[in-house]
Design a protein around this ligand. Structure first.
Ligand code: FES
Ligand code: FES
Length: 205
């Protein structure tokens, strides 16, 4: 059975051989996307968290067959740089096994709430278990990432406001529209991923 999905921005086809195959198994074993971790396979630990049509799910509990035509974002495609950097600078990564799932959950939280409280962070992370860090550094990292995201957005807005001063004040009839000459902010061209790629022996599991 062939299932087509959009995974981390790429049109992707996976050939599965049993209807109940989990999205986690497909991502790791067929598409070699081993950043999504397999710890419990029972929906208990959150290590396998991915975004399915924008909502966080445990990939071990979702059948790949349910994902036809849907969008999947893993730790590879779901996490802004500010979140990754904050985890590193705050020491929120120890063994790292829980980290991909936490990063996806935090990215989703900050997408919905720019500056969440400690309570909201703890609620959002309730489904992600970490045996190493004690969570305090993770919560600190969320605050650092939130602050960085807010200041980054402000910088981007300030840059936008000054990028085309003449266009903003005195639009010339013959002048090219800013969109036609400005550096494109469009998403990179879609790529395609097909197949049954298995991780090579040297790749992280
Ligand atoms: S591996 Fe999916 S929740 Fe633990
Ligand atoms: S860093 Fe080891 S389980 Fe979280």
């Amino acid at each position: 059975m062939r299932v087509t999905m959009r995974v981390d921005g790429a049109d992707t086809a996976a050939d599965i051989d049993r209807p109940g195959e989990s999205l986690l198994a497909t991502l790791r074993d067929r598409l070699a996307l081993t950043g999504t971790k397999n710890a419990c396979e029972q929906g208990e630990c959150g290590s396998c968290t991915v975004l399915l049509d924008g909502d966080p799910v445990c990939a071990c509990l979702v059948a790949t067959a349910q994902c036809e035509g849907r969008e999947v974002r893993t730790v590879v495609g779901a996490v802004p740089r500010a979140v990754r950097d904050a985890f590193l600078t705050c020491g929120a990564v120890q063994c790292g096994f829980c980290t991909p799932g936490l990063l996806v959950t935090v990215a989703d939280l900050l997408e919905r709430e720019a500056d969440p409280s400690d309570l909201r962070i703890r609620e959002a992370l309730a489904g992600n278990l970490c045996r190493c860090t004690g969570y305090e550094k993770i919560i600190e990292a969320v605050h650092v990432a939130a602050a960085a995201s807010v200041s980054g957005a402000e910088e981007a807005r300030a840059t936008d406001a000054t990028a085309w001063p003449e266009a903003a004040t005195t639009p010339a009839v013959d002048a090219p529209a800013p969109d036609s000459v400005a550096p494109s902010a469009a998403a990179p061209p879609a790529t395609e991923r097909t197949g049954d790629a298995r991780p090579s022996a040297g790749e992280p599991q």
